[in-house]
Design a protein around this ligand. Structure first.
Ligand code: FAD
Length: 321
């Protein structure tokens, strides 16, 4: 019979975030033949329903409400609880994004549900659904299963390949009532120059203390632009004031799993590796051949980043532009 699985999707600037399609693919595995329903907050834009159908949604709940146009923990929690109450799903899936990390535990606590966060895979084994999640800064993987009937998980971006699964979902408008908000969002400040979300970026060019100044990030930004990526940083660079903490990658920063991670002037401390070691391809540029970053790098370039990075940019320009 399968499970009715509810996926809370995310959109940014009118576009569905990729993690929503990855979550739908995870949801199809969790549903085991049951219905996969997507929930869309805010105004439904042209083509979004078709896109959700393309990645396996059988149904789309459209929740249009002024308070949900921008993320607000209180408003989202209230809306999600009302949707869950109405749909009564067997499983709930959210992206392990800033929003998912913030709101999922609130919902789990309110509903008394178990929650498995930061899943990188959903597997079926001996009749059980197994949820895989990295632990110890990505050095090991934990395999967990639910003892409860109701499942609730968050999915780490960039890990589950979205699978196309032709569907033409029915759209069901849902009304929610948002009351007594304890906080409201006044303004959203965009910190990354490219506008690409670090945790979902396919290419990240990261700078460490070796960039030496905020000016030193310029050649990295140029390389990121040519590759269609965005810039990140080590805590060393953030602490030194070369860039904003919003760019920090690592144990106490963001976790990224891009197709390509280029570490420039970063030594490779364990706390930094915690945020990037799961990247598909790692290139390290460092003038110290003994730098620990080379131990996790697929390709290492020993040299001065201020010489190497512009050369890479020029070479990629010839091939890509
Ligand atoms: P450094 O270690 O100083 O390395 C700079 C590197 O640049 C060196 O390897 C040097 O050889 C190279 N270099 C210098 N000049 C050049 C040049 N011209 N060309 C090429 N290479 C050059 N760190 C994080 O990154 N993220 C975290 O989330 C994080 N969380 C932490 C949490 C805790 C509790 C603690 C204790 C620490 C945390 N840290 C974190 C800090 C971490 O331990 C390191 O101090 C930090 O990652 C070092 O940053 P770095 O590699 O940029 O600097």
């Amino acid at each position: 019979m399968g499970r009715t699985t509810l996926v809370f999707t995310e959109q940014k600037d009118g576009r569905l975030r990729n993690v929503s399609f990855e979550s739908l693919t995870a949801a199809a595995r969790i549903a085991e033949g049951g219905e996969v329903a997507a929930v869309l907050f805010g105004t439904v834009q042209g083509g979004q329903v078709e896109e959700l159908g393309k990645y396996g949604a059988n149904r789309v709940y459209a929740v249009a409400c002024d308070e949900l146009k921008q993320y607000s923990p209180d408003a989202y929690k209230q809306a999600m609880l009302q949707v869950i109450k109405r749909v009564n799903p067997d499983a709930i899936v959210l992206g392990h994004t800033g929003i998912g990390k913030d709101v999922a535990p609130r919902i789990a606590a309110r509903l008394g549900l178990g929650l498995i966060t930061d899943c990188t895979d959903v597997q079926s084994s001996g009749g059980d659904l197994i949820f895989v999640r990295p632990i110890f800064a990505g050095k090991a993987f934990q395999k967990k299963k639910f003892v409860d009937q109701k499942l609730f998980v968050t999915i780490r971006p960039n890990n589950i390949q979205p699978e196309e699964n032709d569907g033409s979902p029915e759209v069901i408008p849902l009304d929610v009532e948002i009351r007594n908000l304890r906080s409201t969002v006044k303004e959203v400040v965009q910190r990354t120059a490219s506008g690409i979300d670090l945790s979902e970026a396919k290419v990240v060019v990261s700078g460490g203390r070796g960039v030496k100044s905020s000016e030193g990030f310029k050649p990295l930004q140029e390389l990121a632009d040519v590759l269609g990526g965005t810039i990140g940083a080590s805590r060393g660079a953030c602490d030194a004031g070369y860039c904003d903490y919003a760019l920090q990658i690592g144990q106490t920063g963001k976790v990224v799993t891009p197709e390509l991670y280029i570490a420039c002037g970063i030594s490779g401390a364990i706390q930094h590796l915690a945020g990037m070691s799961q990247s598909k391809l790692i290139v390290a540029i460092n003038k110290d051949p003994e730098a620990p970053i080379f131990q996790v790098a697929d390709y290492g370039i020993v040299g001065d980043l201020f010489e190497v990075v512009p050369k890479l940019t020029e070479a990629f320009k010839k091939v890509l532009l």
